[in-house]
Design a binder for this molecule. Sequence first.
Ligand SMILES: Cc1cc2nc3c(=O)[nH]c(=O)nc-3n(C[C@H](O)[C@H](O)[C@H](O)COP(=O)(O)O)c2cc1C
Length: 330
Amino acid sequence: MDITTNYLGLSLKNPIVPSASPLSKNTDSARALEDAGASALVMYSLFEEEIIEEDETFDNLMHAQALGSAEADSYLPLPDCYKNCLELYLEQLGKLKTSLEIPVIASLNGTTNGGWIEHAKDIEEAGADALELNIYHIPTDINESGTDVETRYIDIIKAVRQQVSIPVTCKLTSQFSSPAHFIKQLENAGADGVSLFNRFYQPDINLETLEIDATLQLSSPYESLLRMHWIALLYGQTGLSLAATGGIHDANAVIKLLMAGADVTHVCSVLLKQGAAVIKDILEEMSRWLEENEYESVSQLKGSVSKGKAINPIAFERVNYLQVLQGYHL
Ligand SMILES: Cc1cc2nc3c(=O)[nH]c(=O)nc-3n(C[C@H](O)[C@H](O)[C@H](O)COP(=O)(O)O)c2cc1C
């Protein structure tokens, strides 16, 4: 059984890739993922906000020092061992590259076309096999149009593309007015792939304290259907690598997403709930299913139930909406 796949130009031994999570902050937990069968690893993100905050703190510190006594111009010296968030990130990337055999995909997370983008180059130089850009922008400004939002993404992709030659993929939210058209524009701007979709972490209101409750809830398997729908629509319409992320908890979800057209399926919540060993279970179950259903490879499965190839492709369109509503019986 050939379960290899190609993602962002990387040949992977199977389609299970842990997505960005704290599990990559520690070399032991990352190695446990590799031992369980992960075919590549996406690192936790380096956030634009962290970089900016640290730069500001550093500037304030240096400014305060400049205003101090001339005789004491070396007070508050920066210890030699002080490392900023970028250095720590690159150090961890280096450790992962040394201790793992699988490709490591680094992750930059931010929303502006600012200085943080230049760190893509540092990440490439530190040995990342690819770069995932997570532009988790929430357009709260009533004056920011849909076109402005899309342009923001496209400008960031173009700027990063100029910095690096490693593959670049973009992790997106689902909330664009015309996702397929927008994704085509990302491809034209130089992206190599998209990862669909970011989960929205909607804050809740605590009725006792009347405070905003921003606790992270892990995903539920139902969420994978949104990803399956859009990947099935995109397959064959774009040359981008397609990754699915969100709600993938078992082999059935992996198989369905591959059928829709995903090149890889990312897992995160299920790893945090059940531990790294779940990857081995998923891979075994997936291989068993492929064998029982007489598939010879993952490539054969890929895109076989995408919109372009499905027996009833209109089920992916508005017709499905109509049928679903009318098919409900009291
Ligand atoms: C604790 C935690 C930390 C995460 N950290 C990041 C991160 O640093 N960068 C990122 O792009 N996504 C991050 N994610 C999102 C996951 O990579 C993933 O896209 C999301 O959880 C959906 O997949 P799942 O349903 O398998 O959990 C994080 C998720 C969790 C639960």
